[in-house]
Design a protein around this ligand. Structure first.
Ligand SMILES: Cc1cc2nc3c(=O)[nH]c(=O)nc-3n(C[C@H](O)[C@H](O)[C@H](O)COP(=O)(O)OP(=O)(O)OC[C@H]3O[C@@H](n4cnc5c(N)ncnc54)[C@H](O)[C@@H]3O)c2cc1C
Length: 306
């Protein structure tokens, strides 16, 4: 049975930032998650992160993973399926059935991508209906594709699709388009079509062939759902952690209602930005360090003088 000081659930900016602090403070740290499931992985380019002019989300994430490893964090690509409490420790179980023991847990689980709720969505998932251009955009090389969504996330997906095909349309599904200027300019420059049709259903035989809309049928080889994210927290809720809506409730120090359980990043309901998730990761890590080192004040345990 493997014993850790802290297990961080989530391999995005919040989880990795936490890991950098805790492992640098010589706490035995394990990060569980999937880098491809971090929202940052999907971010085409980040231009508003302090100190960095422009960077691809993926590259920033890979650098964070390397940095956490350099300080001694163990990183395992795995999905956590259960958590149990046994006396003063927690047992974290991953999908393979393997279990890890830990004194503290930090939830940095982000928020899942939202389903569209359009009729036949499930039937055609993976057969013409997709959620991640980075993961399966290559299926649509030189094909006719659409992104369903009305805001920046849809724009990111559409721009990413240009790597594979020039025939890209964004369908707002009856909503008003709301793009930041940066995205709108990129959409115009790349001649991405914007149409407002309200979609009734996905149609096809074995795979998606067309979209039935209130104003007629539209043929596409594939569509990507780009309607951003819905709240998370159901996993935490099951374990007894207080949630509000879908967000995990924390205090200013990243503490939840359960001793030894912390949360950081967009799973706590903050604005979705890499910088804010990194900040919350830092705060949660300091609380973990104070708890485990039994200190009132945070000390930089990574420094040579500590
Ligand atoms: C298209 C797009 C463009 C963006 N552009 C910008 C931008 O320009 N600037 C900016 O600052 N931000 C941008 N963002 C937002 C930014 O990427 C997110 O705010 C940030 O990634 C949130 O970090 P997080 O660590 O809280 O969650 P995430 O990065 O989403 O990470 C969540 C992690 O939790 C893991 N996880 C969830 N459940 C489990 C489980 N049961 N077991 C194990 N692991 C689990 C996932 O695998 C994942 O690793 C963009 C996002 C998108 C989608």
């Amino acid at each position: 049975m493997q014993q850790y000081d802290t297990i961080i659930i989530g391999m995005g900016p919040a989880g990795l930032s936490t890991a950098i602090y805790t492992s640098r403070a010589k706490l035995k740290t394990l990060v569980l998650g999937a880098k491809e499931k971090s929202q940052l992985w999907k971010a085409h380019s980040i231009e508003n992160y302090f100190g960095i002019d422009s960077v691809q989300g993926k590259d920033l994430l890979e650098t964070g993973i390397k940095q956490a490893k350099r300080f001694g964090s163990e990183i395992i690509e795995a999905e956590v399926v259960n958590i149990k409490q046994k006396e003063k420790e927690f047992i974290v179980k991953i999908a393979s059935g393997k279990e890890f023991h830990t004194k503290t847990i930090v939830f940095a689980t982000g928020i899942p991508i939202k389903l569209s709720g359009i009729k036949n969505e499930e039937k055609f998932t993976g057969k013409g209906v997709h959620y991640c251009v980075v993961c399966d955009g290559f299926f649509y090389k030189d094909k006719k594709v659409a992104v369903i969504g009305n805001a920046n996330y849809a724009a990111e997906q559409a721009i990413e699709l240009l790597t594979y095909t020039k025939d890209v349309t964004i369908i707002s599904n009856g909503k008003e388009f709301q793009f930041d200027k940066k995205y709108k300019d990129a959409l115009d420059k790349n001649k991405i079509n914007l149409i407002p049709n309200k979609i009734i259903s996905f149609e096809g035989e074995k795979k998606l062939e067309k979209l039935k809309t209130t104003t007629g049928e539209l043929e596409f080889d594939g569509v990507y759902i780009g309607i951003g994210s819905a709240g998370a927290g159901s996993f935490a809720k099951k374990f007894g952690i207080e949630t509000k809506g879908d967000a995990i409730v924390t205090d200013k120090e990243g503490k939840t209602n359960m001793k030894g359980i912390y949360a950081a990043g967009i799973c706590t309901g903050i604005v979705s930005q890499a910088a804010s998730s990194v900040g919350e990761g830092c705060v949660a890590a300091m609380s973990v360090i104070k708890q485990l080192k039994e200190k009132e004040m945070y000390v930089d345990y990574g420094s040579k003088n500590s």
